[in-house]
Design a protein around this ligand. Structure first.
Ligand SMILES: Nc1nc2c(ncn2[C@@H]2O[C@H](COP(=O)(O)OP(=O)(O)OP(=O)(O)O)[C@@H](O)[C@H]2O)c(=O)[nH]1
Ligand SMILES: [Mg+2]
Length: 720
């Protein structure tokens, strides 16, 4: 009944387990079910009596996917062995492609087996078939029991000349069952290919047998577990009927029965197809859920590298592929090899086609999934095989978002049948999302790049603003300094102005009196008003004294100006202080005598570092001031001492002293004009000048007892 559908890429193969009652047909099928489908995703149909005798048939559908996405659907049946169900057996045999004749090897049952064989031959004959032209193998079962008919005798009786393959088996333990099954599958497929002249090569058969062998081999290594047994139990569709009703009717209603069996067979087929559809739908749903999960992870990723890594992992979930992801950096640029898994590099990126484009670029331009294998795009495929001989198929998935190419994913498989229509849909879905994720990551990169530029610009602006602030602060401080200097200059100018005014006032005041005397006295002399010789002498005396006084004042003014402008010249040297004091006393001896003032000189022996002339000048001024303020007949005492810093010389008089409020002004040049009286004319300038001289000499001059009677001025000199 082989049915071949090239559009569905399906080959249906019907195998029937035939043999006498209780020989072990159902047991054999149950074993195959357990081995071929350990997860029990397919169902074993059994229509049987409540004593587990097959009433109509057992049915096990097995689907094997092979090379080039062909599906080989094995439909395996058992017949009811009981003699009375011949019509059913005949119906089950319709369209058979191969028979496994199961023999009960027990010694006493040889004849029953022979009868069953005859029955088979008869029934096959009905369909114009015979063991000579139909693939058939023997399963000599129950080899674990005794007494047994020897294999040789079984062959002599049932398989003369051992023309057909035979396998000693113990179906309850599965021994030999798989070998017999593989053989009948092999023989049936070969026969089908030959008979229908199918344009498929040996590799289809090899891949079919390989796919069959794998689970069979694995089962031999694994122990049957209780769980598996329960699962298999659940995966069996048991239709249990009471056999008593049909026994007597079988012969009478043979046609009706056959129709019923055929309908049952069709129903089982239909059921199988539904199961398969359900499974493939479940698979698709699982794939879609996975694709959805992967996609949401992918699309939320913003790093291109991470997207590529996730994409590679997702793509490999469907098989152990070589994965290459090439990124499109622009139409005129080479594709960037972003990811290689299980590959050194991507041959499609450097295979150059006649158009001058790389194969990968050419496929991107096609903008759809492209399959490369021996049948599809064989010329490019052969070039790939030149570099990777073990590769049997490649799928290329361009990554495109809104018409813009992001690159391409190339999956390299060493299996020809890796990429089915369904998996390609899955890849299409995933690749759409990978493309979107890459585009997202690219946009994110652009935005974060812009952000970064913006941030850098902001930082630059901030820095510039800070710099400006600093500059403003600096300029402000410069301005303040300049202002302060300006204010100082203005003050200096004002001071100078005042100084000038002071001088003018001082000069006019100090100079006027002597000058007036000199002028009036000399005028009187010149006009001849003074005739007496003694008067003349007096007039000349006055003129001389006033001139000396005038000269002294002028000298002090010049000195003051020089010291104030830092232009005074000093000749510093070590000198004896008492020597200087002696010279001063000598100088003022006459003035002292005239005033009757006694000087108590207690000057000690001190050596000072000073300009002796200037030191003498200062001591003179202070003594002169003391003389001026001492009462007639009073005394002036001179004392000395030293501390860590200075040698101090103090001059004390018995005058009225300096009032507290005046103490400050006596040294102050600006106050010179205030409270000026005739007794102190010219002298205030000398105290101010003394201050200037002493500062220049590195010393000082102070009034030590303001407010007390008898002023005490102390002059500090630098010791040697
Ligand atoms: N000891 C032993 N018993 C077996 C073997 N194979 C099957 N049996 C037993 O034989 C009995 C009948 O086996 P089935 O597989 O139901 O036989 P069947 O050929 O399907 O019988 P019908 O459906 O009546 O045609 C069961 O009790 C099996 O456990 C075997 O190799 N050794
Ligand atoms: Mg049975």
């Amino acid at each position: 009944m082989v049915q071949i559908s090239f559009s569905k890429r399906e080959i249906l193969v019907k195998i029937v387990y035939y043999g006498m009652g209780l020989c072990g047909k159902t047991t054999s099928l149950q074993y195959l079910h357990s081995v071929m489908d350990p997860a029990s995703t397919t169902k074993l149909f059994s229509v049987k009596t409540d004593e587990d005798r097959t009433l109509f048939f057992d049915f096990l559908p097995i689907t094997i996917s092979t090379l080039n996405n062909f599906k080989i659907k094995l439909k395996i049946y058992t017949v009811p062995g009981q003699v009375k169900y011949n019509a059913t057996r005949k119906a089950v045999l319709a369209g058979v492609d191969g028979v496994v004749f199961v023999v009960d090897s027990q010694e006493n049952l040889l004849q029953d087996n022979v009868e069953s064989m005859k029955d088979l031959v008869n029934n096959l004959n009905y369909y114009n078939l015979s063991p000579e032209n139909l693939p058939m193998v023997f399963q000599y079962n129950k080899r674990d029991l005794s007494p047994l008919t020897p294999i040789r005798k079984l062959n002599d009786t049932l398989n003369p000349g051992k023309k057909l393959p035979f396998f000693p088996t113990v179906a309850i333990r599965g021994e030999g069952v798989a070998d017999a099954f593989l053989k009948i599958c092999d023989m049936s497929m070969k026969e089908i290919i030959a008979k229908h002249k199918l344009p498929v090569g040996n590799d289809l058969l090899d891949s079919f047998l390989l796919s069959l062998q794998q689970p069979l081999k694995m089962q031999r290594e694994e122990e049957e577990t209780e769980d598996n047994e329960i699962a298999r139990e659940n995966a069996t569709v048991n239709i249990q009927l009471n056999s008593s009703g049909r026994d007597k009717d079988e012969d009478e209603n043979t046609t009706l029965l056959r129709q019923a069996v055929t309908s049952n067979l069709q129903m089982a087929d239909l059921y199988d197809e539904l199961e398969e559809l359900k499974k493939s739908l479940e698979l698709r749903i699982r794939e879609l859920i996975t694709a959805n999960q992967i996609s949401s992870t992918l699309v939320s990723e913003l790093e291109t590298d991470r997207v590529i890594q996730l994409a590679s992992e997702a793509l490999q979930r469907h098989g152990n592929f070589g994965v290459s992801i090439l990124l499109d950096m622009g139409p005129d640029q080479e594709l960037k090899e972003a990811e290689h898994t299980n590959l050194k590099d991507d041959p499609l990126n450097h295979i150059i086609l006649e158009s001058g484009l790389s194969a990968a670029r050419a496929i991107i331009q096609r903008n759809r999934i492209v399959l490369l294998n021996r049948h599809k795009n064989p010329s490019i495929f052969e070039k790939v095989r030149g570099e990777l001989p073990h590769i049997k198929s490649v799928v290329c998935i361009p990554l495109v978002v809104k018409g813009k190419s992001q690159g391409i994913i190339n999956l390299y498989s060493d299996m020809a049948e890796s990429f089915t229509k369904d998996t390609l849909t899955y890849y299409h879905l995933i690749s759409n999302n990978i493309a979107i994720a890459l585009e997202n990551a690219r946009l994110y990169r652009t935005v974060s790049g812009l952000n970064q530029t913006l941030k850098t610009k902001m930082q630059e602006i901030n820095r510039y603003a800070e710099h400006l602030e600093e500059m403003v602060a600096q300029r402000t401080s410069e301005l303040q300094t300049t202002n302060a200097r300006l204010e100082e200059s203005v003050k200096k100018l004002e001071t100078l102005d005042k100084l000038k005014d002071d001088f003018m006032g001082l000069m006019s005041h100090e100079l006027r009196t002597p000058l007036t005397s000199i002028i009036s006295y000399s005028q009187s002399m010149l006009e001849g008003i003074v005739t007496e010789e003694s008067d003349k002498q007096h007039f000349l005396d006055v003129i001389y004294k006033e001139s000396r006084h005038l000269s002294k004042i002028i000298e002090r003014v010049i000195d003051t100006v020089n010291f104030e402008n830092g232009r005074a010249y000093l000749e510093m040297q070590v000198t004896e202080l008492n020597g200087i004091v002696e010279q001063v006393l000598t100088k003022y001896e006459k003035a002292l005598q005239e005033s009757g003032i006694t000087v108590l000189n207690n000057t000690g022996t001190f050596r000072i570092l000073s300009d002796p002339a200037r030191a003498e000048q200062v001591i003179g001024y202070v003594l002169e001031n003391a003389i001026q303020h001492s009462p007639e007949g009073g005394s002036i005492s001179i004392s000395t001492g030293r501390d860590s810093q200075f040698v101090r010389l103090c001059i004390q008089d018995e005058g009225p002293g300096v009032a507290l409020e005046s103490a400050e002004m006596i040294f102050d040049r600006f106050k010179l004009m205030e409270g000026l009286d005739h007794h102190t004319r010219g002298l205030r300038l000398s105290l101010h000048l003394s201050t200037l001289i002493m500062r220049a000499l590195g010393g000082n001059i102070r009034l030590m007892n303001p407010g007390d009677k008898g002023a005490r001025f102390c002059i500090d000199f630098k010791p040697e």
